[in-house]
Ligand binder design. Structure first.
Ligand code: MRU
Length: 318
């Protein structure tokens, strides 16, 4: 337990009197802790699209609450599901959660799905921490913390568990251009837990590795293809190439709800292109939100089931 634990129901919850889905608005962090109240499934979809709630498992959890909200209101459920599914394309957890909810779109079912995701995080964190040696200096990208998973975190969960076991010395936090999920959200979570950390510009990772200041890289994932190719926040692929050059292991920590065995390779993962104005408000810009790290650059994929090593086609399916 950290100095301040971010309770799952603070990150996302469904209030039946209202009814409404209440989300901790991640766009306002770390400056303000403000709730966003969603009255309809379309409001939840808009919250996902605009990153008020983000991170693959948290997107799925929010969508589950959104569908339960539509059912409570007596809305057209097929339409609610269509609107939620159209909010963001890359994180497979969104589609996984909507499919899970279809047969029973109740508040209890959505809460169970939320609870299970947090439990998966705790289990995968315990497996991932086994990969940490004493005094590990880790580097992470984006935010794969409690905010991104509905509680505890995947990559940040691994850091938490390693910290509790006395194995983690410090964390370098990529700021994560353009929307700064690292410097706004991961740093905020690590500060709350009490883990020593330093935010770096994304472009500083190479020289920090060259100077021998990084022992491992750990990230989350938005979608893991059957062969282990992994989509995650833009910049993860760059880190993986750098890590390989410096012989540093890169570990992906994600729940099985992020593993998509129906997508054969990374080439088939849809990559979201967001509004260019997030990159430059003045000039023409491109804004791919995710990239694909080839399986060959990933030392291990850790799920709640354990540590999967190559060949991923076999170890993920098993
Ligand atoms: O655009 P975002 O902030 O939703 O991107 C999030 C990421 O890329 C995370 O690393 C990923 O979803 C894993 S979250 C446990």
């Amino acid at each position: 337990m950290g100095r301040r634990d971010l309770a799952p129901e603070v990150i996302a919850r469904l209030e039946e009197d209202g009814p409404q889905v209440v989300l901790l608005d991640q766009r306002r962090l770390p400056d303000e802790e403000v709730n966003l109240e969603c009255r309809t499934a379309a409001d939840v979809a808009e919250a996902i699209r605009t990153l008020a709630v983000r991170g693959a498992p948290a997107i799925g959890i929010a969508a589950a609450y959104g569908l339960a909200l539509a059912a409570l209101r007596g809305d057209d459920l097929a339409e609610a599901e269509r609107v939620l599914a159209a909010s963001r394309p890359t994180a497979v957890n969104l589609f996984w959660a909507l499919e899970r909810m279809r047969s029973e779109p109740t508040p209890e079912h959505a809460r169970a799905l939320h609870r299970e995701e947090v439990e998966r995080c705790r289990r995968m964190a315990a497996h991932a921490a086994d990969l940490f040696g004493a005094g590990t200096r880790a580097l992470t990208h984006c935010n794969a913390g409690g905010l991104a998973t509905g509680g505890y975190g995947s990559a940040v969960g691994a850091l938490r568990t390693a910290w509790e076991r006395g194995l983690l010395a410090s964390v370098l936090v990529d700021e994560t251009r353009p929307l700064l999920q690292g410097s706004r959200l991961t740093a905020w979570e690590l500060e709350a837990i009490g883990i020593p950390h330093a935010v770096i510009a994304d472009s500083a990772a190479a020289s920090m590795m060259a100077r021998g200041e990084v022992d491992l890289v750990v990230t989350g994932a938005d979608r893991i293809a059957a062969n282990g190719d992994t989509a995650n926040k833009i910049g993860t692929y760059a880190l993986a190439v750098l890590a390989a050059h410096h012989a540093i292991p890169l570990y992906v920590v994600a729940p099985t709800s992020t593993v998509d065995l129906t997508t054969p390779t990374g080439a088939e993962i849809p990559i979201e292109e967001r509004d260019p104005s997030e990159v430059s408000a003045r000039f023409s810009a491109r804004n791919p939100a995710f990239d694909v790290t080839p399986a060959a650059l990933i030392a291990a994929i850790v799920t709640e089931k354990g540590v999967h090593r190559p060949p991923y086609l076999e170890t993920l399916a098993a």
